[in-house]
Design a protein around this ligand. Structure first.
Ligand code: GLP
Length: 236
């Protein structure tokens, strides 16, 4: 089932999210966590630092990475994770799709196998795109999709242009876990903050389950917790 918590501000969302991640780690220190990038989870990662979360036995995987983009590029998701999570929180291990892999197909297979070998994801943290995308699974993606290379929609490139300075510098493709991959996580924590996410959240809770709005796939999952601030929840 789907459980919704509405809180007042972005900071409250991050705090409530940190509680859930800390509870997961308390229950199972060697948890496998699926993590996300973007503006939404930044407060969660800061909270985990402040609260001295112990990730020394935890294995981390990420949803996605731009392709092609060198790891050392300041806007790669690898660098984002290094700054917000890997360096400050020192997990036992981490893995993220390789944006500079020469053989992309092989990289996607490697990634799926790595997740499976780790025992599968216990808790997957998700944000949501303005158009309802999860990871980089854009509208129209089959719910059975696996890790693969995808083309980004114009609106997604526009939303991410702020990080690259100019839309012309945003990579046009990415490697992303599929919706099928995401749905295999044992539990899912979806975070949504700000008015730009209100429509996507409305679709998740009240719309039809349809690949037109990828986030609605979560209605098919047994254990989803949504934490939204008042602005994101304003259409509910
Ligand atoms: C990107 C990421 C998603 C993220 C979304 C929303 O496209 N691939 O995983 O959820 O953006 O980003 P933000 O949290 O910055 O709004």
């Amino acid at each position: 089932g789907l459980h919704l918590t509405v809180v007042k501000h972005n900071e409250d969302m991050s705090q409530a999210a940190a509680e859930r991640v800390l509870a997961q780690l308390a229950q199972r220190p060697d948890s496998v966590l699926g993590l996300a990038t973007g503006g939404t989870p930044v407060g969660l990662y800061r909270q985990l630092q402040e609260r001295k979360a112990d990730l020394s036995k935890a294995a981390l995987f990420n949803l996605d990475e731009y392709y092609p983009l060198p790891r050392r590029h300041p806007q790669s998701f690898f660098q984002f994770m290094k700054g917000h999570v890997y360096d400050p929180l020192m997990p036992l291990s981490y893995d993220i799709p390789n944006g500079e892999a020469e053989d992309v197909e092989r990289e996607c297979t490697r990634y799926e196998t790595a997740i499976r070998s780790a025992g599968g994801i216990d808790l997957q943290v998700l944000g949501v795109g303005r158009n309802g995308h999860i990871g980089f699974n854009e509208p129209g993606t089959p719910f059975t999709s696996r890790t693969r290379i995808v083309a980004l929609k114009r609106e997604t490139m526009e939303d991410n242009a702020r990080f690259f300075g100019d839309i012309g510098l945003v990579p046009k493709r990415a490697i992303t876990m599929g919706i099928g991959t995401i749905l295999e996580a044992r539990s899912i924590l979806l975070l949504a903050s700000g008015a730009a996410k209100a429509e996507a959240l409305y679709q998740l809770l009240k719309g039809d389950v349809s690949p037109d709005v990828p986030v609605t796939a979560l209605r098919l999952h047994p254990s989803v917790h949504v934490i939204a601030d008042e602005q994101a929840a304003s259409l509910l």
